[in-house]
Write a protein that binds this ligand. Sequence first.
Ligand SMILES: [Zn+2]
Ligand SMILES: [Zn+2]
Length: 137
Amino acid sequence: MEITGGCLCKAVRFRITAPPIAMRLCWCRVCQYFASGNATVNVVFPSDSITIEGEPRDYRSVAESGNIMHRRFCPECGTHLFSAAESRPHLIIVRNGALDDTALVQPSGTIWTRQAPEWAWIDETLPRHEGQPPPIA
Ligand SMILES: [Zn+2]
Ligand SMILES: [Zn+2]
């Protein structure tokens, strides 16, 4: 299996050779900055299954949980591509909008709903977590 994707300007491209583990929508406040005020849409893959071409820039920050987070984006066009926690190096989170096929995966849940604005549309048929859910793998 091969899943492909990249940024808007194509300076960064990637290939993934494993099936997705999950797709989650995240309403945390940080994600709202990246997703123009909405939730980010995040597909989780094993980190050893991805090959990246190009040089995404890495923005490092410390999450409320104390986790050190790395969020990578294209320095040319600004497309958000990846997120990863230092505490979970075996997982990489790919922004769904960066996949060539954005309909590849169905969402499996919504997280950080307590930070969502009042107007947010949150799918009631999916599992919801008010904050950070327990680890998936
Ligand atoms: Zn780009
Ligand atoms: Zn988030």
